[in-house]
Design a protein around this ligand. Structure first.
Ligand SMILES: [Fe+2]
Length: 225
């Protein structure tokens, strides 16, 4: 064969793990059955939100990549459960970077690892990291591909708080305002592009309530989800 070889990490060439393989990774890293239930259920819900938005928008995204990204995005949260089984909220924002490390250690391609490190809030910049004193390396963690953007956006509609809740678009938009007008604009842009999800069927299916007031939503740097 002559000419340059195709890059091994292009989406077309990438082997995307199956749902079963991803579930096995969750089981491997979850410290307790309770942690697994909390995180894996959330990932399934984010996946359902993203697929609903994808179906309704008609956007030509890689559906398998979106699905794997949703199911994997929060795997780093397991690293934040201490020996007592309690979640380390003070370092919660680091779960994206921790998840990226886990998947890289498992030999998964960078395009999949990035779903972990690039889904927080509506995209963290190095300026956000510095100004908010976040406990992660000072870098940009902004979603770039449309698949990364959709996973990040869909994540904003469900939160793993105790008990877990669904979050309306208006509620998230109000809560993210504390991080500046540019974050509000960023969320609005994604809402225009991907649409507003219909959460009621998921509320009924999972039995988590729908939060409609900004006071009840978690900080945006918690990843919303
Ligand atoms: Fe999440």
């Amino acid at each position: 064969m002559t000419g340059p070889q195709p890059a091994a990490t292009t989406v077309e060439a990438m082997v995307i793990p199956s749902d079963e393989e991803i579930r096995a990774l969750h089981e491997k890293y979850a410290p307790t059955p309770e942690a697994f239930a909390l995180v894996y259920t959330h990932c399934e819900i984010v996946c359902a939100v993203a697929e609903q938005l994808l179906d309704r928008s008609g956007l030509a995204l890689n559906r398998s990549l979106v699905r794997a990204g949703c199911l994997l995005h929060d795997i780093g949260v397991y690293r934040l459960f201490g020996t007592t089984g309690r979640l380390d909220h003070a370092h919660y924002v680091s779960h994206g970077v921790l998840g990226h490390e886990i998947l890289a250690g498992e030999g998964l391609p960078g395009a999949l690892c990035r779903f972990c490190s690039h889904h927080t809030g509506v995209g963290l910049t190095r300026v956000d990291v510095r100004e908010q004193g976040l406990p992660i390396p000072e870098k940009d963690y902004v979603a770039e591909s449309p698949e990364e953007e959709l996973v990040m956006y869909a994540d904003k509609f469900h939160s793993k708080r105790n008990p877990p809740v669904f979050v309306t678009a208006d509620s998230y938009a109000a809560s993210v305002a504390r991080f500046g007008e540019e974050k509000v604009i960023r969320f609005k842009e994604m809402r225009t592009r991907f649409g507003t999800p219909e959460l009621n069927p998921l509320v009924a299916a999972y039995g988590h309530s729908l939060v409609g007031t900004s006071e009840e939503t978690p900080p945006a740097t918690d990843g919303g989800g």
